[in-house]
Each structure stands twice: as C-alpha cells, then as structure tokens.
Design a protein around this ligand. Structure first.
Ligand SMILES: *Cc1c(COP(=O)(O)O)cnc(C)c1O
Length: 406
C-alpha cells in the first residue's frame, strides 16, 4: 500500500518541527465532527455534580469548591513571556491524568450508583462516600493499562470510593509508580511488553468479567471529554488576565503527547472555544513520535517500531508506540504542528526549571518548554505561548534528585 512520504527526520530520531499539512480551519472541522460543545458542557456539569464528593474525599489537596484545576503561571524568557498551565500541580495526583482518569472513574461510579438507586433526584453526590455506596463499589473492579500516571489517577480515585482496581503496567513503567499504586491497595500486574501490550491485556481480562469496567486509554471518549473540560479552566484564567487571543495573535499551546488522549482532548476543547485563535502543538520524544507518525502517514496501524525507532525514552509518560485511532480521528485536522524533542533536552529542562524557577517537573512535563524554544526560532509569529506542564509535583525526592545530579 502506498502512503505519503514520511519526513526524513522521523526515522532518524532527531528533534524537529513538523507542520501538519492536514490542518483545516477549526469551524468547518468541528462542524463535521459528531461531538462538540454539548459534550464538553456535559463533562463540566458532571465535574460540578461531583465537586462536593471530591472536596470530601481529598480534603488535603482539593479546595473546598471541589474543583480540580491548576494555576496559570508566568515565566519570563529571552523572547518575552511564557504562560504555564501548571497541571504538574493539579490536586489529587499532580498530573494531567487527574483530569481524564479521575473523570472516567467518576462516570462509572455515577452509573453504578444510579443503577443501584443510590442517587435519587436532589441527592448530594457527597453521599457516595457513605457506607451503602462503598459496599456497592467494593463489588466492582476498574481495570486500566498504563505507563504509570493514568494508573495512578485511576487508582487514587477508585480506591477513595472503595472500588477495586487493577493496573496493568508496561516494563518501562517506573518501579516507584508501581509501589505507589500498591500502597493505595491497587493490584499491579506487570508486563514484559510495552504500554500497548499492557492495555491489550487489561482489555481482554475486563471483557471476561461482568463486574469489571475497563478504562481504555486508546479509545475512551470519556477520558477525552474529561481532558477537554480543561479548556474552560484556561479560558477563565486568560479572561482574568485580560488577554484576548485572536487569529492574528493566537494562543500557541504546547501539549506533551503520549497516546494522544490528554493533548487531544485539551486541543479539542480549546478549538471549540477559541477556533483559529489557538494553535495546537503536540510534543513527543524523538524515540516515540507516534502521533506525528499517525498524522503524517494517515495509517492507524503503524507503530514507531515499524520505522525503526525503539520507543525508549526518559519521558515515561510519553513512551507510547502507537497513537489512539479514536483521538487521531477527532483531531487530525485540528493539530497545527508537532515538535519532537530529545531526552537530553528534556533532562536539561528538568534541571533548568527546578534551579531557575523552582518548578518540580518530570521529564515528560518539560517537553513544551523545549518545543517552544525550537518553534520560536523556526516558526516566528506573534503568539501568546502557553506551555502545559503535565506532571511532576508528586515525584519523591529519591526519584527527582537523581535527575538533577547528571
Ligand atoms: C499521560 C501523560 C501525557 C500525555 O497524555 P496522553 O493521553 O498519553 O497523550 C503527558 N504528560 C504526562 C506527565 C503524562 O503522564
């Protein structure tokens, strides 16, 4: 089968900026999709229903209003000012997966509780922390495959409600991430293979168990809309600073990308809100550019192994060999560009952000800064740059300090 020629830098595993030739105007693209603002509004409404429960489950990290959101920070850089959407400091799990993984657990908890008659009209969702709901949840299991952070977000939320949880982890998942899950009372199943193999095994087991629910990182639209709701949080913060993006001076948002769910959901939400006044840049490790590969080839089946890459990267949250076909179908005409970045540059950025700015980031979460530097020189245009820092505040010292030692 013939397919478009791939950019030569891709298989050479070098860092580069790629403009998506399939980019289309936002309005027409969104109009043609079967999902839109109503789906995001439904996700926001669900987050609001659960706010009292979240405040009750996580009194130490979630504010009294029950919202899971992060600050919008500013950083002065050589060529001006950078906005930082600081999801490394999100409540509950200090990682962007708190938006998707937590959200899908809430969806399933709501479904179970409604079916059992535990949520009569007018009831407060805070009651789901009570004995009747816990007894119900204890009979159900959530399964998920993960490189680490999704499993943790799902695990924290599921265990807080009393659900059983089983996390299938890839061989590249970090040991401390597995230990942290076991401490929560999650079952951790280790796989010799990569992330895709871990997901496949969780999917298969869940299909055979009527009491099990599988959170499918490769195709879940619930995850996607949980992430998409974040666009409204950013808009509210931008409005408060008086910054109004326009197509002539758009937001340029850098989103670290693994399977595509988190950046894809956020991108979708942002394009729904800002249209062409936002540019979306996904950022991937040079060894795992699965989304770029999917966009450039148009082929859902291709993995990074097929072009000779090894999917080995320090950025464990982004070590994914094949993009989500579901997400690619949704955002293939909405992603403006993809930047690939080297492990060395990520590590240098971890150090820089900690030493110069006091931000505690995991390597995956620094990808946007590195990409911004590259894009600022090759793709100059007046923009409002936003770097999305996707995780890291929860890194234990024994994991974080060695990254600084070099
Ligand atoms: C999971 C993750 C991402 C990317 O999310 P995907 O849905 O896999 O694309 C980015 N950064 C961090 C820290 C993550 O854990």
């Amino acid at each position: 089968m013939s397919r478009p020629a791939l950019p030569p830098q891709l298989a050479r595993a070098v860092s580069f900026l790629w403009h998506n030739p399939a980019l289309q105007p936002a309005a027409a693209t969104l109009h043609a999709l079967p999902y839109g603002n109503a789906d995001i509004a439904a996700a926001i409404a669900r987050w609001q229903r659960f706010a009292p429960l979240l405040a009750r489950c996580f009194p130490d990290s979630v504010a009294a209003d029950g919202r899971i959101d992060s600050p919008l920070l500013q950083q002065h850089v050589q060529d001006g000012e950078l906005l930082i959407k600081a999801d490394h400091a999100l409540p509950v799990t200090a990682c962007i997966k708190a938006r998707g993984g937590v959200y899908e657990v809430l969806c399933q908890a709501e479904t179970l509780a409604q079916a059992a008659g535990l949520l009569p009209p007018g009831s407060s969702y805070a009651e789901l922390a009570g004995d009747a709901a816990r007894a119900l949840f204890a009979r159900h299991t959530i399964l998920v495959g993960s490189t680490g952070n999704l499993g943790y977000s799902v695990g924290v939320m599921a265990r807080a409600l009393g659900l059983q949880v089983e996390v299938h982890m890839s061989s590249d998942a970090k040991a401390w991430k597995k230990d942290r899950l076991r401490t929560l009372g999650a079952r951790v199943v280790e796989h010799a293979g990569d992330y895709a193999a871990a997901v496949a095994s969780a999917r298969q087991l869940a299909a055979a168990d009527p009491q099990a629910y599988f959170i499918d990182d490769e195709s879940s639209l619930l995850l996607f809309f949980g992430y998409a709701a974040a666009a409204h949080d950013l808009k509210a913060q931008l409005d408060a600073t008086g910054q109004l993006p326009t197509p002539a001076r758009p937001l340029r948002v850098y989103l670290p990308c693994g399977v595509g769910g988190a950046p894809g959901g956020v991108a979708f939400g942002l394009k729904c809100l800002f249209g062409d006044a936002v540019q979306i840049v996904f950022v991937e490790p040079v060894a795992s550019p699965c989304f770029l590969l999917r966009l450039a080839s148009g082929d859902d089946r291709l993995s990074v192994y097929d072009i000779g890459l090894d999917n080995r990267t320090l950025a464990d949250g982004l070590a994914v060999p094949r993009a989500s076909a579901t997400v690619a179908g949704m955002v293939q005409h909405l992603v403006d560009a993809v930047v690939t970045v080297s492990d060395d540059s990520l590590l240098a950025e971890v150090r820089h952000q900690w030493q110069q700015h006091g931000l505690r980031l995991e390597p995956s979460a620094t990808a946007g800064f590195v990409a911004h530097r590259l894009a600022a020189s090759e793709w100059s245009q007046e923009v409002i740059p936003v770097v999305w820092t996707t995780g890291g505040n929860g890194l234990p010292d024994e994991v974080f300090l060695p990254l600084l030692a070099g």
